[in-house]
Design a protein around this ligand. Structure first.
Ligand code: BMA
Length: 335
């Protein structure tokens, strides 16, 4: 059972993109990256396709599993960050050389007309994390794809001490839980000088996995950084879903402006808890997966997240409240 609640200062706005809006084959649209773009916003979303409603029903009924999806990335554009117009064709996919698909994109605005894109790829050797650059969201110049097993990468919007910075989540072969790391690069190709930032063992609401969410947003107090944390449930989480026993929460922390491997404050309670129907029911009920945060001039933040591995959603909060939340719940101990 989920024992957390989304704090009152977070205003959930509901679903902003679902597969009905996609003009090509689409079953699930979720885990998007979002950025400001021109005088509006751009979204790159994960589009899983190649299966239909009957396949879902058979999956839930335990009859068959034809839900191993093909995936491409779609692009969508918006004037207000709420209503989205989807580009007529998918814009980015990857296969061959042992790679089967690319998914979970994140967008970082470098502020010079170019955007850093991070993504995960499934390969015959395991999951790998990729970094690309685009200016038009049609052409993607792939700079690097990591060794397996790594993913959930996000790039910082500016260089620090002359280096690009990314957060990432390698899979740990030893011990329990996973952790967020930070690596540095002179060119987006070569990554190193890696440091541990946060382990799921230090996060009370995550007993399994953890990962960076949205690219960090600069505030006077530090880099405001969304994460996700996974709590494995003892009992089956939603009875209608075969074998699904985990809850994915959105979380938030503040990283040091000069040395972002250092945590200034970390909310030890989740920021976004799956509780609405569109978060609890879908391909994977109980999943909240933040991938984008846009700071607005009025002090509000738009927080975008995939829900139930099925749709893309929006929540809003005051940036000040997000920062306060980090400090207020910083001191909670792991029980
Ligand atoms: C993670 C990733 C995400 C997904 C989540 C919940 O491991 O695969 O893409 O949203 O699981 O299924």
């Amino acid at each position: 059972m989920i024992s957390y609640k989304t704090p009152a200062f977070v205003e959930k706005k509901g679903v902003v993109l679902s597969h009905e809006q996609i003009p090509y084959d689409s079953a699930l649209t979720f885990n998007a990256g979002i950025s400001r773009y021109g005088d509006g916003y751009v979204m790159l979303f994960r589009n899983d396709y190649g299966f239909c409603k009957q396949d879902f029903d058979d999956f839930y009924a335990g009859i068959s599993d034809n839900t191993t999806p093909k995936t491409n990335l779609g692009a969508a554009f918006s004037k207000d960050g709420i209503n989205w117009e989807v580009a007529p064709e998918s814009v980015f996919s990857l296969s061959g050389n042992g790679i089967s698909r690319l998914y979970d994109p994140r967008i970082t605005d470098f502020g010079d007309g170019s955007f850093g894109i991070c993504f995960a790829v499934d390969s015959s050797s395991g999951v790998r994390g990729g970094v690309a650059v685009t200016e038009d969201f049609k052409h993607f110049d792939i700079k690097s794809i990591s060794l397996p097993e790594n993913r959930n990468m996000v790039l910082f919007p500016e260089k620090i001490n002359g280096e690009y910075i990314r957060l990432e989540r390698p899979f740990l072969a030893r011990g329990k839980g996973h952790s967020i790391w930070l690596s540095r690069s002179p060119d987006l190709i070569h990554w190193g000088k890696s440091e541990l930032v946060l382990s799921s063992n230090d996060l009370p609401y995550a007993n399994l996995k953890i990962g960076p969410g949205a690219p960090p947003v600069k505030t006077p107090y530090g880099w405001l950084t969304l994460i996700h944390g996974v709590e494995q449930q003892e009992e089956e989480f939603v009875s209608w879903h075969r074998d699904w026993k985990s809850a994915y929460y959105g979380g938030v922390m503040l990283l040091d402006l000069e040395n972002p491997a250092k945590i200034i404050a970390l909310a030890k309670k989740p920021l976004l808890v799956p509780e609405e129907k569109y978060e609890l029911e879908g391909f994977r009920g109980g999943v909240i997966f933040p991938g984008g945060m846009v700071a607005e001039p009025d002090g509000r933040a738009k927080i975008y997240y995939g829900a139930a591995d099925t749709v893309e959603c929006l929540a809003e909060a005051n940036i000040e409240d997000l920062i306060k939340f980090c400090f207020e719940y910083n001191k909670l101990e792991k029980s």
